[in-house]
Unconditional design. Structure first.
Length: 249
């Protein structure tokens, strides 16, 4: 069945309604009709199977059939991603949702090619959040990752709203350790796997020495991604895939 997103503030399982772009997609793109069944989710773990009761000009009225709740993933993984050039950030956001990231923090690093003013940053944030919604619809993820406003690295650290069990940063420096070793050390010391991880991935050319030093002062442990230098989008997918395998399953 087709999946549609209704934001938490508009979530009403007693009288669900599709409006705006979701109503347009159901009525005008998919040509759905009265009696057709679909799935709704609110990005906070709630999912609802519904039947179309009426297709109007600007809204699709629905009838609730069944509602379920999905528990959050075992580990909260936040991806701090330096914004790459081109459209690679679109791909990173999409794949981060599919792999299981809980939040995405775009970083305007010293080596970020794209320079964003306040208006452009807001537009990018909106675009990336929509990409996250579409990815969650496609992959069946009922917890929608939040895409933050793009920030410089110092602001990222100052705005973090929670402590993390682990803070990691991809690094080309010689003292970077293998992620497997860091996870094994954590489990040995704490008797359990970490339940929250911040993963920072740099731009083309890596973070600057000053940014790496700042990350270290904020308790980020440098990890190596192997002997082959990866493209930015590959590095993000690589890191998230390993963390997902080790911590979410």
């Amino acid at each position: 069945m087709h999946r549609f997103y209704i934001s938490p503030e508009n979530w009403d399982p007693r009288a669900p309604v599709l409006r705006g772009s979701e109503a347009h997609h159901a009525a005008n793109v998919l040509r759905m009709q009265t009696g057709d069944k679909l799935v709704l989710f609110n990005g906070k773990g709630r999912e609802l199977t519904a039947e179309i009761a009426n297709v109007g000009d600007d809204a699709v009225q629905l009838r609730k059939l069944h509602e379920t709740e999905t528990a959050p993933l075992r580990c909260r993984i936040v991806l701090g991603q330096a914004i790459p050039k081109g459209k690679n950030m679109d791909l990173i956001v999409q794949k981060a949702v599919e792999i299981g990231a809980a939040e995405i923090a775009p970083i305007v690093s010293d080596r970020t090619v794209v320079q964003l003013d306040a208006e452009t940053a807001a537009q990018k944030q909106g675009k990336w959040q929509q990409i996250a919604i579409e990815a969650a619809k496609q992959c069946g993820q009922n917890w929608l990752p939040y895409v933050q406003r793009p920030k410089k690295l110092p602001e990222i650290f100052s705005s973090l709203d929670q402590s993390f069990d682990l803070r990691l940063i991809g690094s080309l420096q010689s003292d970077a350790r293998q992620l497997k070793t860091i996870l094994q050390t954590y489990s040995s010391e704490h008797g359990d796997r970490p339940r929250s991880v911040l993963m920072l991935v740099g731009p083309e050319g890596d973070f600057t020495p000053a940014e790496l030093a700042l990350a270290r002062r904020n308790n980020c442990q440098p990890i190596t991604l192997g002997p082959i230098i990866l493209r930015v989008e590959t590095a993000a997918i690589y890191c998230l895939s390993i963390l997902s395998y080790e911590l979410l399953i």
